[in-house]
Design a protein around this ligand. Structure first.
Ligand code: 2IT
Length: 445
């Protein structure tokens, strides 16, 4: 029999100075503890110990030259967490905050998220503490080349398939894929999120944002409601936020905020026109990591140094980075009448924030369920590459929507409580965990 605190104490001893990894494991293990303790096969197979230890962690030096001719050094990572269900799969994050612990928490979460998609993908994550902020295009190219020169040794279309994440979009995937192809001499689609003309899938850029809105649509439908006329707060202004505001608008909702490290934009008219969406892409491409210019480009307010969770809304979608929504933010949202918090960033809410939401019966969707649309379409990109063909945008979008609806059903199946409240986090954890754990038992150690 496992005891949560005793198990976590052991894990912390083994993984010192990795608070985000510990947080992610605690969140999952507290949901699945009863499932494990009730299943002698899981206990005999030591599933909890095995599923919380990555298969391997690769860390490497990345040397590159900046525009002034200085040689710079960053650290690169690939955490291959678990491949019970298929090749390691997960994004690459280029952000100053990246550490080995961040990579481990993201790889751990990815394993369950990928299981929820039902596509054959294991879990992995990678990246670097390289910050694209303020870097020129040429510097980004040189960095990507150097990063891939090392990473290519460890990846392959049937072993480990990276993609984008924060700081890694279409441009970076292009530079990384170009270098892989140069070294390996093959066009096997070893990365996803590629450009449409060279092996990419339609709808992949939009997939995470579209997927989270499809998931929210199902949550509302479950309560006999819809997104029509709802007010939404979104944080972030990158690829994920961009997809989310577009789909929210299409489904009849009004998104009134986006945000950056500098503060947030409040746009009472809604971020609901093609010009505003195109502007978001331009802001991102500028590499300055600020949203302030949006306020003067359109008739909107810029709120300096604050997060958008103080704006009264029906639904909140954290779409930026881990732990961006704290206990205090959750309390503010609750007192302003929020009804749904749909975590779209990975581990966007702190454990204390989730507690506040649950206690107040606010429906809370965890990232590993709500943001699975991105990696789901990555899985579809792998299928298209393997078949050497393309699906239409409609075909991909329909598959994405079906996958999001089926993840929602799994969460309801395992998360429904006696009073009708759906604990989506618990549902997602049990559904994802049992898929991976069963495969591990069947495969032996
Ligand atoms: O967090 C994520 O699911 C991603 N960054 C996407 C991963 C992928 O392989 O498409």
């Amino acid at each position: 029999m496992y005891n949560l605190d005793a198990f976590m104490a052991e894990l912390e001893k083994k993984n010192p100075s990795e608070p985000e990894f510990i947080q992610a494991v605690r969140e999952v293990v507290s949901s699945v503890l009863d499932t494990v303790n009730d299943n002698p096969v899981y206990i005999k197979n030591r599933i909890l110990e095995r599923i919380t230890e990555p298969d391997r962690t690769i860390s490497f030096k990345v040397e590159w030259e900046d525009d002034e001719g200085n040689i710079r050094v960053n650290r690169g990572y690939r955490v291959q967490f678990n491949n019970a269900l298929g090749p390691y799969k997960g994004g690459l994050r280029f952000h100053a905050s990246v550490t080995e612990g961040t990579m481990k928490f993201l790889g751990f979460e990815q394993m369950f998220k990928n299981a929820l998609t039902t596509l054959p993908m294991g879990g992995g994550k990678g990246g670097s503490d390289f910050s694209p902020k303020g870097k020129s295009d040429a510097e980004i190219l040189r960095f990507c080349r150097s990063f891939m020169t090392e990473l290519y040794k460890y990846i392959g279309p049937d072993t480990d398939v990276p993609a984008g994440d924060i700081g890694v979009g279409g441009r970076e995937i292009g530079y990384l894929y170009g270098q892989y192809k140069r070294i390996a001499g093959e066009n096997t689609g070893v990365l996803t999120g590629k450009g449409y003309g060279w092996g990419g899938s339609l709808v992949r850029p939009e997939a995470t944002g579209y997927g989270t809105m499809y998931f929210a649509e199902s949550m509302l439908e479950e309560k006999g409601d819809s997104l029509k006329g709802k007010r939404i707060a979104v944080s972030g202004f990158g690829n994920v936020a961009w997809g989310a505001v577009r789909k929210a608008t299409e489904l009849g909702a009004k998104v009134v905020t986006i945000s950056g490290p500098d503060g947030y934009i409040y746009d009472e008219d809604g971020i609901g026109t093609p010009e505003k969406w195109a502007y978001m892409l331009r802001l991102r491409a500028s590499n300055n990591d600020v949203v302030k210019p949006y306020a003067s480009a359109f008739k909107a307010e810029f709120v300096d140094g604050r997060k958008p969770w103080e704006v009264p809304v029906d639904l909140a979608f954290p779409c930026a980075i881990q732990n961006e929504l704290t206990k205090k933010d959750a309390e503010t949202l609750v007192s302003n009448g929020v009804r749904y918090v749909v975590e779209t960033s990975n581990m966007g809410c702190t454990l204390e924030a989730i507690d506040v939401l649950k206690k107040n019966k606010v429906a809370f969707a965890p990232g590993k369920a709500a943001n699975a649309g991105g990696v789901a379409v990555s899985g579809l990109e792998m299928s298209q590459n393997a078949m050497h063909m393309h699906w239409s945008a409609r075909e991909v979008d329909e598959k994405l929507r079906d996958i999001m609806k089926s993840i929602h059903s799994e969460c309801v199946k395992y998360g429904m409580e006696d009073d009708g409240y759906i604990d989506y986090a618990k549902g997602a954890n049990i559904a994802g965990f049992t898929k991976v754990a069963d495969a591990m038992c069947q495969l032996g150690y």
